[in-house]
Design a protein. Structure first.
Length: 168
């Protein structure tokens, strides 16, 4: 029978009796509302996850920018003290502490302190190589991302790294 229309039906053998069907009340059922709520809440959770991921990537970009600035800063310092750079006075490894006895050592101490201050577990290394009058510098800056997850708790996450090579 169709909703809202009179339908012809045989009742008790009599023909020609019309029975009206009862119209269905309008509105939504509770099940429809629950399904709609589930879909909307799933969408909101997805949006929140995307927002958190965007914040994490923004933080990573900020740290990479800091690493870039600190790398170019020490290269500019080395350009200003080219004679000491040519002798290898700026060579330093990750985890090493500069002596600070001369100008190059004091500048390395300030650079390492800036790395530790601006990057989480920040550290760096500098390798200077000379070939005739050409002086090549490779600066490596490392840090650890706090939000990066890894499966094995016993194995530390490898550090993020930024490497900058330049001629003085």
């Amino acid at each position: 029978m169709h909703q809202g229309r009179a339908a012809r039906a045989a009742v008790g053998g009599a023909r020609g009796i019309f029975i009206r069907s009862v119209p269905r009340p309008g509105g939504y059922s509770l099940l429809e509302l629950l399904i709609a709520l589930l879909v909307v809440s799933g969408g909101l959770l997805g949006f929140a996850a995307l927002h958190v991921q965007a914040l994490q990537h923004n933080h990573t970009a900020q740290l990479r920018t800091q690493a870039t600035l600190l790398s170019t800063e020490i290269i500019d310092v080395m350009r200003a003290n080219r004679a000491a750079a040519a002798t290898g006075a700026y060579n330093i490894d990750v985890g090493a502490t500069p002596s600070g006895g001369d100008l190059a050592g004091a500048e390395l101490q300030a650079w390492k302190a800036a790395l530790a201050r601006n990057l989480p577990q920040g550290d760096g290394s500098i390798a200077v190589s000379t070939s005739g009058r050409e002086i090549a510098v490779t600066v490596r800056v490392e840090w650890r991302e706090r939000w990066r997850e890894h499966d094995d708790e016993d194995t530390p996450e490898p550090p993020m790294a930024f490497v900058w090579s330049s001629a003085l």
